[in-house]
Each structure stands twice: as C-alpha cells, then as structure tokens.
Ligand binder design. Structure first.
Ligand code: SF4
Ligand code: SF4
Ligand code: SF4
Length: 205
C-alpha cells in the first residue's frame, strides 16, 4: 500500500513524478488509456506498480523506490518486457483508409485518405495500436533501427529524453484532437442555426 498525500497539489506532484518514470509509449498494455492515466490510477490505489511491460523491471524498481514499497515482478497479464520495435507499413498493400493514423497515439504515421501511408520510424513508440485497426493487415513490427537511440546523430538519446519526446507528441495530439472536436461542434452548430433560419423563412408568410 503506498502512502498518498491529501492535498491536491501534492497528489498532482506525485502523479507527475510517477509519469516521469513511465516510458511514454502510450501503448495501453497497463489497461489504462496512456501513461499519465496509469500514473493517476497508481496514486488512486486502482493499479499496481508492475503493470507496464515497456518500463520493465527497471521501471518497477524506480516506481518502488519513489513510492517506498517493495519491487515486484512484472505482471505477465500485461505482457512481457522486450526490446523496442517499430511499425512499418507494406506500402503497396495500403488502401489509404487512415484507420492507423486515427489509432496512433503520437501522430507517427503520415498519409492522406486513399493514398499510401508511412510510419515516421523515428517517432514510433512501438505501441502496436495501429496494427489491429488495419483492414488489410499491412502493418508489421520490426526491431527499432539505431536511429531510435542515436537520434541526434553524434550523441545517443537517453531513455529519459526519448520518453519526454514521446510525451510531448502525445500531449500535442490530445490538444489537436480537442481542437478538431471543437471545430466540428462549432461547424455543426452553425449548420443547425442556418437550417433553423431557413425553416423559419420558409414558414413565415
Ligand atoms: S508505456 Fe504503456 S503500459 Fe506503460 S504506462 Fe505507458 S501506456 Fe501503460
Ligand atoms: S506507428 Fe503504430 S506502433 Fe508506432 S506509435 Fe503509431 S500506433 Fe504505435
Ligand atoms: S490502416 Fe492499413 S490500409 Fe489503412 S491507411 Fe493504415 S496502413 Fe493503410
């Protein structure tokens, strides 16, 4: 049982610290819709510290240290610890349905409707969330190239830097999705308003 502070600011600070340990693949293997929600669930006592396969034993030990509890084995119900893989698309088979783009939590896929899609390998977290929605099974996983760990060219990127980059892309995507939803709602509201005006003009003598 972890000890949780009472004050909202202290609770939030603890969530931030846990989230900073998590690898930010946003893969949902922990049974939560992202790393931050998993961090919140740990603090709320709704999740254990051993549910994140990408974080593996190193992540569990770091969480245990932070929370003052004993480390545990990774719960195999959530998957196994393994080295980073990235998605690739067999482009000649892609029908351009955009379902993979909609599923990718870090906007690591580019392409337009009815056109071939491509994974930005360097931004792929290996979450595999794009695989199931693909109607023609043209997405597969492969070992991450050196590029993933030596992104800056001369100096290898640390796990921490990589996690921060992925978190930032994930947060940008959430902001974009909210903005798109607001724009759709506004457009629908305007259409309804115009229709209402048109109806009253037709009915009026
Ligand atoms: S990396 Fe995946 S399993 Fe780990 S906390 Fe994030 S979403 Fe959950
Ligand atoms: S391309 Fe696929 S595997 Fe890579 S981050 Fe996006 S959804 Fe996950
Ligand atoms: S889900 Fe599959 S077929 Fe659809 S755009 Fe993505 S890769 Fe192409």
């Amino acid at each position: 049982m972890i000890s949780v502070p009472d004050a909202p600011a202290a609770i939030n600070a603890l969530v931030e610290k846990i989230d900073a340990i998590l690898p930010q693949t946003q893969c949902r293997r922990c049974d939560f819709p992202g790393c931050r929600p998993y961090a919140e669930a740990i603090v709320a006592g709704e999740a254990d510290i051993n549910q994140c396969p990408p974080g593996g034993s190193e992540g569990i030990v770091a969480l245990a240290d932070l929370l003052g509890v004993k480390p545990k084995r990774l719960n195999s119900k959530h998957g196994e610890e393994r080295s980073l893989e990235v998605a690739f698309i067999v482009e000649e088979d892609c029908i351009g349905c955009v379902k993979c783009i909609q599923a990718c939590p870090v906007d690591a896929i580019i392409g337009a409707s009815k056109h071939m899609h491509t994974v930005i390998t360097d931004e792929c977290t290996g979450c595999e969330l794009c695989i199931a929605p693909c109607p023609v099974d043209c997405i597969a996983m492969q070992s991450a190239p050196v590029l993933q760990t030596q992104r800056s060219g001369t100096k290898p990127e640390s796990k921490q830097q990589r996690a921060e980059r992925w978190r930032s892309r994930y947060e940008s995507r959430l902001i974009r999705l909210k903005r798109d939803q607001r724009e759709r709602d506004e457009s629908l509201r305007k259409k309804k308003e115009a229709l209402k005006k048109l109806k009253s003009a037709v009915i009026a003598p």
